[in-house]
Design a binder for this molecule. Structure first.
Ligand SMILES: [Mg+2]
Length: 98
């Protein structure tokens, strides 16, 4: 699955741009839940995802996508542009150290 497909999947069932601040609050909440399961090292048990790092990572990704949808942001385009920025930064750091 590509990121844009996940964004479209979420947009079809959960798209309320007027509630973007609530999506942001949910994102922060999910990051908190992720923090807890990472601290407790709770990995998915067989196919039971509840209360695991896998579940909370997905929840964070979900709200990142929901927020991107509110702003009509294509995360794949962001990836492309940001990769170029990081690449240039990496090369200039390389040059600074070389
Ligand atoms: Mg959660």
């Amino acid at each position: 699955m590509q990121i844009i497909e996940l964004q479209n999947f979420i947009k079809e069932k959960d798209y309320k741009p007027e509630l973007k601040e609530k999506y942001f609050m949910k994102l922060v909440e999910e990051v908190g839940e992720l923090s807890e399961v990472i601290r407790k090292e709770k990995r998915m048990n067989h196919h039971d995802i509840k209360g695991s790092i896998e579940e909370e990572l997905y929840d964070v990704l979900y709200y990142v996508c929901a927020l991107a949808n509110c702003y009509d942001i294509d995360l794949e385009e962001c990836h492309k542009l940001k990769s170029e920025v990081n690449e240039r930064k990496w090369y200039s750091n390389e040059n600074n150290h070389g």
